[in-house]
Design a protein around this ligand. Structure first.
Ligand SMILES: [Zn+2]
Length: 259
C-alpha cells in the first residue's frame, strides 16, 4: 500500500530523492534549467551528487515544470584495511610523483569533450563477484581515512577488462596508488577508470567500442590483493559507477540525440 501511494505521488514526476555519491538522470523534452553541476547526453540531464554533499533540497525545471530534488545522506559501510605502509605514508620521493599524477588526473576530468561517444547503454568491465562497493569509508593501517571511490570486481591477474562503453582512451599508464590505469573519455564530461591493471591493450588517443578488451587485470598500486577497480567521473565529480550505469541504462530508452 505504501509503495502504491509513493508511485501515485511520484507520477507525474515532480519530486525525486537522490543520495550523496549518486547520479540523478532525467529526460527532458525541450528545455531544462538547473544551477547544479551537470551535463547532458542527448536529451538526458545528468546531475552528479558529490560524496560529501550535505542533505539539501534543490529545484530544477524540466520543460517548464518544477522538479524537487531531495539530496539525502546514504549510510555507507566502514572498512579497516592493511596495505603496504609505503602506500599510506609515501616516501618523500614518491610524493612528487603522486602530486604530478593528481594534477594530470584533475586536468583530464575537468575537460569536457563537447561530443558524446555514447550511442548505447553501458556494460560491465567484467562479470564477477563484487568485493567492495562504492562509498565504503576506509581506514588504512589504522590511520589514513578516505572513502572507496569505485567498485571492486574479483579478478585473477590476467583477466580481460572491457570498455564499459564507446569512447576515447585518454590515459594508459602506471600510477602510484592506482597502479596500471586506463581512463576512457565517453564525451560530455563522463569518464570511466580502470585500476590495478597488469597489462595494457590500448594506447592514449585510441577510439574504442563497448566490450573491447582494454587491459588485463592485476594487483598493482595500493591494493590488498588482485582485483579490478572501476570508477566513474561526471563533470569532475566521483560517483558510484554501478548506480550511474543502472540509472543511465534505465533512462536510455528515452534518449533522443537530436536534442
Ligand atoms: Zn577499489
Amino acid at each position: 500500500m505504501r509503495k502504491l501511494l509513493l508511485i501515485l505521488v511520484a507520477w507525474p514526476l515532480l519530486a525525486a530523492t537522490i543520495y550523496n555519491g549518486q547520479t540523478f538522470i532525467i529526460p527532458f523534452d525541450k528545455t531544462y534549467k538547473t544551477f547544479m553541476t551537470h551535463t547532458t547526453v542527448g536529451n538526458l540531464l545528468i546531475i552528479p551528487i558529490p560524496y560529501d554533499a550535505k542533505p539539501a533540497t534543490r529545484w530544477l525545471r524540466i520543460d517548464g515544470k518544477a522538479v524537487r530534488l531531495v539530496i539525502k545522506r546514504k549510510r555507507y559501510p566502514k572498512a579497516r584495511l592493511r596495505v603496504d605502509p609505503s602506500k599510506v605514508h609515501p616516501p618523500k620521493l614518491a610524493r612528487k610523483r603522486i602530486a604530478a599524477e593528481y594534477k594530470e588526473a584533475k586536468k583530464i576530468y575537468t575537460h569536457v569533450t563537447p561530443k558524446s561517444y555514447i550511442t548505447r547503454p553501458f556494460a560491465l568491465p567484467l562479470y564477477s563477484e563484487i568485493t567492495d562497493t562504492f562509498g565504503t569509508a576506509r581506514i588504512f593501517n589504522g590511520s589514513l581515512a578516505s572513502y572507496h571511490s569505485g567498485t571492486d570486481f574479483r579478478a585473477r591477474i590476467g583477466t580481460p577488462v572491457r570498455a564499459v562503453n564507446d569512447g576515447k582512451v585518454v590515459l594508459a599508464k602506471k600510477r602510484y596508488y592506482a597502479g596500471g590505469s586506463v581512463i576512457i573519455d565517453h564525451g560530455r564530461g563522463i569518464y570511466s577508470c580502470y585500476y590495478h591493471l597488469s597489462r595494457f591493450k590500448v594506447k592514449p588517443g585510441e577510439m574504442i567500442k563497448r566490450g573491447e578488451v582494454i587491459a588485463l587485470s592485476g594487483k598493482s598500486g595500493r591494493v590488498t590483493g588482485p582485483h579490478l577497480h572501476l570508477s566513474f567521473k561526471v563533470r569532475g565529480i566521483t560517483v558510484d559507477p554501478l548506480q550511474f550505469i543502472e540509472a543511465f541504462n534505465r533512462a536510455f530508452e528515452h534518449i533522443q540525440y537530436n536534442k
